[in-house]
Design a protein around this ligand. Structure first.
Ligand code: SF4
Length: 243
C-alpha cells in the first residue's frame, strides 16, 4: 500500500536544512504556534496536498545525482514532520535506500511518535530547543518543553547524530542564565555535533500579511552582533561547538 501524507511543498536548499545541498520536503501540520514561526502557511494539515511517498521519490530521484555530487542529502521539515510519523518513516526509509543522507527537522515535541526504526533511518536530527525555561517555552510555543528534552535524551541514548538549533530573539530567548542552563543540558548529551545559533529575523512577515494574521514579533529587532557573540561564548564555555 502506498503511504500518503499531507505536504505543503518541496524545495532545494543549501546550507540551512542540514549539510550541503538538500532536497527538502515541508510537511503540513504543526501542534506548536511559535511566536517567531517563519512558516505559518504550514500550520494546518488540511491546507497541505495529499502526496504519496512514490510521488516524492520520483521527484527526489531526478535530483539524486546532483545532490550526491554536492555532498548533500534529503531533509524532511515542516510544519512538524512527526505529526505524520508513518508517512515520514516510509519516506526516510525509501530515500535512505537510494543512498542519500537523511535528516529530520523537528521541534521534538512529538518525539515519542518516532519509532526506533524511523530514527535508525535518520542520519541527522535537527532538533529545535526553543527555550530552556519551561514557562518561557510555553509562552513561545504554546506547548510543554519536557517532551523535547526527553526526545533529546533518547537520541543521545540511541547515539543518533544531532544538531541543536536555537533561535535567538531579543527580549524572548536572550536570557544568559537560561542559555547557561541549556548549555549545561546539551553538554550532558553524547551525540550533539554542533549547536546552531540562529539570529531572529522578520523575513516571514510577508507570509503573515498574506494569510491575514498578525505577526506577533513584528516590532522585535534582530539581535545585535555583540549579543550573538555573548550567547555563542556561553555555549563554548561548555565545550559546545556553535555555528
Ligand atoms: S515548530 Fe516550526 S513550524 Fe511549528 S510553529 Fe514552531 S517554528 Fe512554526
Amino acid at each position: 500500500m502506498t503511504v500518503t501524507g499531507s505536504v505543503h511543498s518541496w524545495d532545494i536548499s543549501t546550507g540551512v536544512d542540514g549539510p550541503g545541498t538538500r532536497f527538502v520536503v515541508f510537511t503540513s501540520g504543526c501542534p506548536l504556534r511559535c511566536l517567531y514561526c517563519q512558516n505559518p502557511e504550514t500550520w494546518r494539515m488540511r491546507d497541505g496536498h495529499r502526496t504519496t511517498v512514490d510521488e516524492l521519490l520520483t521527484e527526489i530521484t531526478k535530483y539524486r545525482r546532483f545532490i550526491e555530487v554536492a555532498g548533500g542529502g534529503f531533509t524532511v521539515s515542516g510544519g512538524e514532520p512527526l505529526l505524520q510519523p508513518d508517512f515520514v518513516a516510509e519516506l526516510l526509509h525509501r530515500v535512505r535506500a537510494l543512498g542519500l543522507h537523511t535528516a529530520l527537522d523537528t521541534s521534538g515535541y512529538l518525539g515519542a511518535r518516532a519509532t526506533d526504526t524511523l530514527l535508525a533511518d535518520t542520519d541527522l536530527v535537527l532538533l529545535d530547543i526553543k527555550s530552556w525555561d519551561p514557562t518561557r517555552y510555553r509562552r513561545l510555543t504554546t506547548v510543554d518543553l519536557a517532551p523535547t528534552l526527553a526526545f533529546a535524551r533518547r537520541l543521545s541514548e540511541l547515539d543518533r547524530p544531532v544538531w541543536v538549533r536555537y533561535v535567538l530573539v531579543p527580549g524572548l530567548t536572550d536570557d544568559l542564565d537560561d542559555i547557561d542552563g541549556l548549555a549545561s543540558f546539551v553538554s550532558t548529551l553524547h551525540n550533539v555535533e554542533r549547536l546552531e545559533v540562529l539570529p531572529f529575523h522578520r523575513l516571514g512577515t510577508v507570509k503573515y500579511t498574506k494569510l491575514g494574521i498578525p505577526f506577533p514579533l513584528e516590532h522585535t529587532p534582530t539581535p545585535e552582533p555583540d549579543l550573538v557573540r555573548q550567547v555563542r561564548e556561553r555555549f563554548a564555555r561548555r565545550g559546545i561547538t556553535t555555528t
